[in-house]
Design a protein around this ligand. Sequence first.
Ligand code: NAD
Length: 450
Amino acid sequence: MKIVVIGSGYVGLVAGACFSDFGFDVVCVDNNQTKIDNLKKGVLPIYEPGLSEIVQHNVQAERLSFTTNLGTALKGAHAAFIAVGTPPRPHDGHADMKYVYAVAEEIGRHADGDLVVVDKSTVPVGTGDVVERILRAANPKGRFAVVSNPEFLREGVAIGDFKKPDRIVIGAEEGWARDVMTELYSCPGFEGAPIVHTSRRSAELIKYAANAFLATKIMFINEMCDLCEAAGGDIRDVARGMGMDSRIGEKFLNAGPGYGGSCFPKDTLAIAKTARDHRVGLDLVEAVIRGNDNRKRAMAWKLIDTLEGDLAGKTVAVLGLTFKAHTDDMRDSPAIAIVQALLDKNAKVRAFDPEGMENAKALLPGITYCGNAYEAAEGADAIAIVTEWPEFAELDLAHLKSKMSRPVIVDYRNMIKPGAANAAGFVYTGLGYPKGSLARQSYYPAVAAE
Ligand code: NAD
């Protein structure tokens, strides 16, 4: 079976590489010439563990190729996956569908046989109908079926997630398209991952509902984190005790500085907008969006207060910039809000991230980028651990302290053992327990005022 994947970013490139690794003939298409030129030279546009090896192996095996020319790529294809971005529209937060619709129109113009057009991008309910109309308008004689097949991979572990998914959701309206998709996902590589067949609209909604639920779980534990700080519990124990309940589950119960990334912020905004358009109130999701936005900005106060409120001329070493570990993705990272708040207070910021610094430079100019954590700590009045890169749990604390002006650590990911930090002479503040931390009220002026 020949597959074309349009959009060679975090989802499209992983999907294309993994399908080819399972033996399919795959062409990855992108309209960014530089990306495609680099991919042809073996240079990947993103950091994703294990991806480079899979790409290299399948290019050599002549199962995977790259092009900017969709027309050529579509020749003889059975399925075309749309995996372009659906970023939030600046004015109302709804998913901006212009990239998906542009690709649909281009597919319509070039398709030359029966083609299953698969929406892998995260798209609002009803998008499949619009894509179908665009295809038919562009190519009235073409035989198309539009399928929704949302992607659930997580950056950083994307290969494992794609190859061994918890479930594969296929929303197809036509039998022949369902058959093509079932054949694709029944190949031995997917090792019997459960396939959920639904209507196209249900499939589109499953993706948003899942992400809104996960975002809610994160916001929930973060609120419990604040309550622990104010009332005297320890969020790590509370989360463990909650997570052992099989109805709740232990995942997504790590308190932190708020969710970020390319999915949860935009998908919660988009589902809330969809609901409003349908005159349905998603009060819970709206509250989660508001709470998470407030939290990201408020998190800087933990550090500002630790440094007695006056940051002018002080130096903060920020360890970790990406929205989570094992990716170079900076989209909506909590680090952006935290660093911005520090700069607003006239602090000097020295930062280190193992993979994210190139992407960070465009978003966070005016800070000093360093080669490692110890270099970032030089002359610092405090260290802020913002992303949970495992190497930050292994820092040589004595060496770190020797570099700093003041031995202060604010650990937004609870990575360092408080006892070890204190024994090394640090003033240490983690998240979600009272000692050395601040009550929720001081972060949320609106709540305090009530
Ligand atoms: P991305 O920005 O990394 O990649 C999108 C790619 O599409 C870019 O390389 C861009 O150049 C290309 N593109 C745009 N218009 C094009 C066109 N007309 N023709 C060819 N290529 C074009 O985006 P992403 O993170 O891979 O996300 C893609 C979709 O998948 C989004 O809807 C997202 O919500 C969803 N998704 C993302 C993740 C994730 O972890 N990143 C997980 C699940 C689902």
